[in-house]
Design a protein around this ligand. Structure first.
Ligand code: ZN
Length: 149
């Protein structure tokens, strides 16, 4: 668990300070919005899908460090991935942050493993998963804004 704790510190602090893909995308990007009223995290996800590939993904928003680092790492992890791969990663990430992931699933997450420690803090799970839920809504082309409540 010490290795995970170090990773958590290192990766989350870094992505919070220098979020990747932190900008809007020009039209005709798909847009989806998410809000976590419990913490105040709020974001817009921009998506370009070509065929079944996420050609580009970016975000804008504000909130806590866990939220921002999660959105930053998610966009980095998903760019260039197929929709199928994105769905698999979404499900794995969700299980790991809610404390239900297997050791194998944890291993396949790469630096996203840093969020495994979040499972110890149920209120922060929403911070860590907000961007993912919002992205999923964007991929499914849902028009409604996503709220974690
Ligand atoms: Zn938060």
């Amino acid at each position: 668990m010490d290795e995970l704790r170090e990773l958590y510190q290192e990766v989350i602090l870094d992505h919070n300070k220098k979020p990747r893909n932190f900008h809007a995308l020009p039209e005709p990007a798909r847009k989806s919005e998410g809000y976590n009223p419990l913490c105040g995290d709020r974001l817009t996800i921009y998506l370009h899908v070509k065929g079944d590939v996420i050609a580009d993904v970016a975000f804008q928003g504000s909130g806590c460090a866990i939220f921002k680092a999660s959105a930053s790492m998610m966009t980095s992890a998903l760019k260039g991935k197929t929709l199928m791969d994105a769905q698999v990663l979404f499900e794995r990430f969700h299980r790991v942050v809610s404390g239900q992931g297997t050791a194998e699933e944890l291993e396949t997450l790469g630096s996203l493993r840093a969020f495994a420690g979040v499972s110890e803090f149920p209120a922060r799970v929403k911070c860590a998963t907000l961007a993912w839920h919002t992205l999923k809504a964007g991929l499914e082309n849902k028009q409604t804004a996503i709220s974690t409540e």
